[in-house]
Structure formats: structure tokens, C-alpha cells
Design a binder for this molecule. Structure first.
Ligand SMILES: NC(=O)c1ccc[n+]([C@@H]2O[C@H](COP(=O)([O-])OP(=O)(O)OC[C@H]3O[C@@H](n4cnc5c(N)ncnc54)[C@H](O)[C@@H]3O)[C@@H](O)[C@H]2O)c1
Length: 324
């Protein structure tokens, strides 16, 4: 696919971050887009922003949809086909996702299952629902977003990442398995898997919102207590991130700062990441690593898989790779 002009793309999680930037850049390049998000307000804003910069003939629509519920994905499909007056789509970006479900051992089961449902089941339902519409096109691409946690299942010492990593490994495995399936059974459709490193977005705040929690500033003391249990608090104190005897308000501020730092101190912005993803799709790549951090980690884990969770060795190798 050399150009997106005149095509119709579906983007999930289009209300923020990389999803919003994918919608904006696709529309600016002449591609109509149907974007969905759990948050109807943010995806409606994306549609307005993207439409404003789009050339004539491009239509951008925003839809409310929780991708972890198949009935909602089916409704999203019916809405977009009607509004865009089409019987097929050319591109599907299964980008919606949340972080969470860190510890399988001590974390709440419902958080683990909510994270897995969005990050895996959401991608699965979108493939079930939209693949027939890609097959109905003359040439389509399914683009599934995994993560570096799709090949490295941790965030470092003391920070397990179990639900997210399990889901992201599944997304990568599913996407790689589809390569041969599509080649054999629908050769005009291909699949790409996106594996971003650290990209500056509001994913921390949005993930909590997707779990039904209020904005960070409005969280009650009890909600903070549940979110940052005593063992996590002890680790934060040990790491110097939190003072001994910190108040609920200190915890609230820590979360607000954590979200802002994750967004503002990232090596790559959401817009830069979206450009890398779209360039990758246009080039025909099936494996799109986003960011130098993702490329380095991928090379290290492949070169020496047994050392992947030996953090001292991994950090040393990472440092050496960065110096090169
Ligand atoms: N930001 C990073 O560093 C990073 C790194 C690796 C992978 N990723 C992945 O990239 C994708 C985009 O993340 P982002 O950083 O742009 O985050 P983001 O929070 O800015 O955007 C994700 C969007 O998905 C939406 N969403 C969440 N659950 C949903 C659901 N059930 N149904 C529909 N929409 C839902 C959110 O409301 C949000 O608007 C995610 O899959 C994420 O796991 C992000």
C-alpha cells in the first residue's frame, strides 16, 4: 500500500495518544477514518481535530465502543459502514489498550482480567469483526498494537507486568500466526504488529479511567489506598520516590507527576510514533518497532534470551548498545 488516499481506516482507542495521532495523520493524508474509544468525549474531539485538517472528500467519524465487548464492536462496525456508505474497509489499527494487572500474586483479580480483556480480547474481537471487511477490499492491512512487553515480560526490578505482558505476547503471537494464514487463505490482506517502546501519552491516567476510577486529582483516599497498597508504598519509599509517612495527598500528587513525567519525558511523542507506524505500514513491514529503546531491547533479548530478566546484565548490555 503506497498511499492511504481514498481509503477507509478503522482506529480503536482513537481518543488519545497514538490512536488520536494515527487518526489525524491518516485523515491529513486523504484517508477517511472511523475511530472508536471507550470515552465518547475524547474520540469526538479527535474527529473534529482530524476533520479540520483533512482534504475535501475525507470523512472522519467518532464512535463510542468498548472493544472488550463483542456486541459493542459489532455495533461500531454497523455504524461505521452506514455512516461511510461502504461495504469494506482497507486498514484496521487495533490500537486501544490499557496498562495494569501488574502482580498476578498479590494484585486484584478483577484488574488483571479487565486489563487482559481490553488488551487481548479487544484485539481478538476486532480481528473477528473486521477481518471479513478487509478481505472484502482489494487489498487490506490489519495492524495490531503489541508492545516491547510483547517480547519482554517485565518493566524491571520489582515491577512485574503480568496481565499486560500476557496480553501483548498474545497479540504478537496471534499477529505472527496470521501471516501464514492470510498468505494461504486471503493473500491480498496482510498483518503488521506494532511494538512501541516508551511513547509520551496519558496512558497511566487513561488506564485508571478505563477501570472506572475518577481523574487522578479526584481520587478518594480509599481509592488511592487500594491503588497503591502498602507493599508498593514500601518500595516507593525505598526508591526515594515517596517520603516516610506520606499522606494520601502525597500519593495523589505522585500519581499526577508520574502520569505527566511518563508523557512529557518520553523519548518519542505520540505524533512521532504514529508517523513511524504509518511509514512501516506503507513500506510493507510486518514487524514495526517504535523507538530506539524498542529496537535496542529487541536486539538484546534476541541475542541472549536467558539474560532477559537478569537486570544487571541487561542494563550493562543496554548501556553498551547505546554507546555504540
Ligand atoms: N505509551 C507507551 O509507551 C506504549 C508502549 C507500548 C505499547 N503501547 C500500546 O499502544 C497503544 C496505545 O497506547 P497510548 O500510549 O497511545 O495510550 P492512550 O491511553 O493515550 O490511548 C489509548 C486509548 O485507548 C482507549 N481505550 C482503553 N480501553 C479501551 C476499550 N476497552 N475500548 C476502546 N478504547 C479503549 C483509551 O481510552 C485511550 O483513549 C496501547 O495498546 C498501548 O498498550 C503504548
Amino acid at each position: 500500500m503506497d498511499s492511504f488516499t481514498g481509503k477507509l481506516a478503522v482506529v480503536t482507542g482513537g481518543g488519545s495518544g497514538m490512536g488520536r495521532e494515527l487518526v489525524r495523520q491518516l485523515a491529513a493524508q486523504g484517508c477517511s477514518v472511523a475511530a472508536c474509544d471507550l470515552n465518547a468525549d475524547t474520540v469526538a474531539q479527535t474527529a473534529v481535530l482530524a476533520q479540520a485538517d483533512a482534504p475535501p472528500g475525507v470523512l472522519v467519524t467518532g464512535h463510542a465502543c468498548d472493544v472488550s465487548e463483542e456486541a459493542q464492536v459489532l455495533r461500531f462496525r454497523d455504524e461505521l459502514l452506514e455512516q461511510h456508505a461502504r461495504d469494506h474497509v482497507n486498514l484496521v489499527f487495533s490500537n486501544a489498550g490499557i496498562g495494569g494487572g501488574e502482580s498476578f500474586v498479590t494484585g486484584p483479580r478483577e484488574v488483571w482480567e479487565r486489563t487482559f480483556a481490553i488488551d487481548w480480547q479487544g484485539v481478538y474481537y476486532c480481528a473477528r469483526v473486521f477481518l471479513p471487511l478487509l478481505i472484502a477490499s482489494s487489498g487490506g492491512v490489519l495492524v495490531n498494537t503489541s508492545s516491547v512487553n510483547g517480547f519482554w515480560a517485565s518493566l524491571g526490578p520489582g515491577v512485574p507486568q503480568t496481565a499486560y505482558s500476557t496480553a501483548k505476547f498474545a497479540v504478537r503471537g496471534f499477529s505472527e500466526a496470521l501471516i501464514e494464514d492470510l498468505r494461504s487463505n486471503a493473500p491480498h490482506v496482510r498483518v503488521a504488529v506494532v511494538m512501541p517502546g516508551h511513547v509520551g501519552t496519558d496512558i497511566i491516567a487513561n488506564s485508571l479511567r478505563a477501570r472506572g476510577l475518577p481523574e487522578l486529582e479526584r481520587m478518594s483516599d480509599a481509592q488511592l489506598e487500594e491503588l497503591i497498597p502498602p507493599e508498593v508504598r514500601a518500595r516507593l519509599i525505598q526508591a526515594g520516590a515517596l517520603a516516610e509517612g506520606a499522606s494520601a495527598d502525597d500519593l495523589r500528587q505522585l500519581l499526577v507527576r508520574g502520569n505527566a513525567d511518563f508523557r512529557d519525558k518520553a523519548p518519542l511523542s505520540a505524533a512521532q510514533a504514529a508517523t513511524i507506524i504509518l511509514d512501516g505500514v506503507r513500506s510493507g513491514a510486518w514487524r514495526i518497532l517504535v523507538g530506539e529503546d524498542a529496537k535496542t531491547l529487541d536486539a538484546l533479548v534476541r541475542a541472549k534470551p536467558e539474560a532477559a530478566y537478569d537486570y544487571a546484565e541487561l542494563a550493562e548490555q543496554y548501556g553498551r548498545a547505546e554507546d555504540r
